[in-house]
Design a protein around this ligand. Sequence first.
Ligand code: PMP
Ligand code: GLU
Length: 396
Amino acid sequence: MSGIVSKRASDIEPSITLSLNTKANALREAGEDVVGLAAGEPDFETPELIKAAGIKAIQEGKTRYTPAAGIVPLRKAVAEAYTGLLGSPYGWKEVVISHGAKHSIFNALYTMTDAGDEVMITTPYWVSYPEMVKLVGARPRIVELTAETGYKLTAERLKSEINSGRPRVLLLNSPNNPAGIVYSREEMEALGRLLLEEKIGIISDEIYEFLTYGGIKHYSPVKLVPGLKDISVVITGVSKSYAMTGWRIGFALAIEELSYRMGAYQAHATGCPNAISQWAALEALKSGADRREEMRAEFEKRRDMFGARLARIPAISFPQPEGAFYFLADVSELYGPCGVTGSGQFCEKLLNEKGLLLIPGGPFGCDNMVRFSFAAGEEQLNMALDRFERFVHDYL
Ligand code: PMP
Ligand code: GLU
């Protein structure tokens, strides 16, 4: 040990989702017989009109620094779109454009918490949440949820968490990664009302807002509870809805007092989001809705096909995903027969024996589970299921 690494940085590890996705791609490129359902990103190409807007931005020389919180036309377009979607008036100064929704969440955590404040995170959670909370100096309060409540936080549970020591913020994600659960209108409204009553802030990660299935609708708590806007940050962006993960554009919507600070923080931390991507994102908002819906419909077909096959596999169970593009299955009955003790070993065995790469649930706070992404073509999904079935068959 050279002593060069700070104590603060000494336990940061890479994101398991990003690194396993990279691993799956590298193995495939090296000609290995590997099927990977690790991807947390649409497998579709960015729509042509959006690509063309990016190319045009380069050709027109829109390649310089932009205002730290983003170009005004994009902030205005986001404000207008979300005033409609959230049913609350948002001005353009209440929008901050960042380098992906991940960055938007980080900015929100930084500006809403002080050192040692607790941020409630419900299981199963997206892998980066606890790490981001720790990085800003706050403390994750992990709220363990189970199949009994459909992995959803109830108002009663929220109340008891609040009563057992005042957390500062709830970080909530619906539609959810990794389980695909979507809070109903009533469930979300009950949470929103309680948060408003108790003056607990909320970061509502709605990055999968347009990806819901079977007629299920996404409800933002801000839309359901008037007044909640003042103590919330809505997080969204173009990555998942418009197949733009690599462009790195996220949006945060919050009252100006907080948006101003997020923009100021960002000004010092990263300067500004990528100029070219901002013009492409503007095109996505202007003209991307049809293509977005086509991709959603394709995800829905895959979900139905994948879910029907998965349901026939013995010894596993899973909540039916109503949004996002993941299945989170409890595979712990197989641990004993396979001779493994957790999701990491299970996934390693599956990769070694059948060439199937899944994401272990451990880093999502649920070591009984594994995550399958259905952001992949039908052939690949079927191949993955064939392999998984053979694996289960070998041990049962
Ligand atoms: N929130 C959740 C729940 C996600 O799954 C992701 C995916 N990376 C993000 C936020 C971040 O999205 P982005 O790629 O725009 O940073
Ligand atoms: N959010 C996606 C996932 O969970 C993308 C990777 C990441 O940013 O973590 O796989």
